[in-house]
Structures are given as structure tokens and as C-alpha cells.
Design a binder for this molecule. Structure first.
Ligand code: ADP
Length: 160
């Protein structure tokens, strides 16, 4: 059984993430999207909300599971008996940090390989923080996130 984990904050999930999820799910028998608790980043959505949104956004993808975790991604990978850790690369600016993480994880868990998928060009500029920024100032985010996410952001900002 080939299994991969795609860890991230997903605050919230964008079409860029979904593109990586769809493409990496084709490479393995099971893909687990790991939603990181990550208290440092002061997320807009709670862990439960991020998981719920991801479940909805991936409901048509049969071999994709969504789970939350806290702590090190590599420990979550191991707990799930996955052989691969998936990350997305948008631009050279992602590369330094991602390479360092991959090399650190390789030392911590030599049996796990980090697999990088380069973003589809149409999503190369896209990040959760840009989407939140555009939404905050009333911009149209329908090209960046699926309707379930756009609705959730709208509701969240109305409450704030
Ligand atoms: P983290 O806090 O771990 O960076 P993110 O949710 O921001 O979590 O991103 C998770 C992963 O998805 C990272 O590897 C990031 O580079 C990748 N990613 C984010 N946006 C995109 C995108 N538009 N296209 C491809 N990969 C992306």
C-alpha cells in the first residue's frame, strides 16, 4: 500500500492546494491531507473548521482522507505508516525553506521521502494569506477557492 501525507495549515484550502491534492492522490493508493494545528500562525479558521472545509472540498476524491495533527509533520507521517511526504512548490522563494525541511526530515526519518509537486502555473501566485487579504477588502475570491471556501470566508468575516 503506497501512502502519502500532505501536511499544511490549509487556512483555508485554495485551488493551488487542491491541485496538489488531486495530482498527488493519483500517485499513491491513499493520500492523507494532514491539517496542522499550528498555534503560531494565528489562523483565521479553527482546526475543526479547516478540516470540515477540506472534507467538503475533497469529497469526490476517493482515495483522499483528511485528518488533523499537532507536532512534527514527520511524526504524523510515521504514525500513519506513510512512505511519502508531499509538499507543493510555487516559486524559488518556497525552495530554500522546503529543501531545509526535507533534509531535516530525511535525517529524522530516513525511510520517508519528501515528494515535491510543482504548482500548475495558473495557481503559482496563489496562497491562503493572499486569499484572506483579498476577501478582507471585499475582493472577488471565486477564482482562488471553491465555493465552499468562499462561503466560509464570507461568513467568518461577517462575524468578525
Ligand atoms: P504551511 O503552513 O505548511 O506552509 P500551507 O497550507 O500554506 O501550509 O501550504 C501547504 C503546502 O502547500 C506547502 O508545501 C505549500 O508550498 C503548498 N502550496 C501552497 N499554495 C500552493 C499553490 N498555490 N500551489 C502549489 N502548492 C501550494
Amino acid at each position: 500500500m503506497k501512502r502519502a501525507v500532505y501536511p499544511g495549515s490549509f487556512d483555508p484550502v485554495t485551488y493551488g492546494h487542491l491541485d496538489v491534492i488531486r495530482r498527488s492522490a493519483e500517485l499513491v493508493d491513499e493520500l492523507i491531507v494532514g491539517v496542522l494545528q499550528n498555534n503560531h500562525k494565528n489562523p483565521l479558521f479553527s482546526l475543526e473548521e479547516r478540516v470540515k472545509i477540506l472534507l467538503e472540498a475533497t469529497k469526490d476524491m476517493k482515495n483522499v482522507r483528511v485528518a488533523s495533527f499537532d507536532g512534527l509533520s514527520i511524526d504524523f507521517v510515521r504514525r500513519n505508516k506513510a512512505q511519502f511526504l508531499v509538499r507543493g512548490l510555487r516559486a524559488i522563494t518556497d525552495f530554500d525553506y522546503e529543501l531545509q525541511m526535507a533534509q531535516t526530515n530525511r535525517v529524522l526519518a530516513p525511510d520517508v521521502d519528501t515528494v515535491f509537486l510543482t504548482t500548475s502555473l495558473e495557481y503559482a501566485y496563489l496562497s491562503s494569506s493572499t486569499v484572506k487579504e483579498v476577501a478582507l477588502y471585499g475582493g472577488d475570491i471565486s477564482k482562488f477557492v471553491p465555493p465552499v471556501v468562499a462561503d466560509a470566508i464570507r461568513r467568518k468575516l461577517q462575524k468578525a
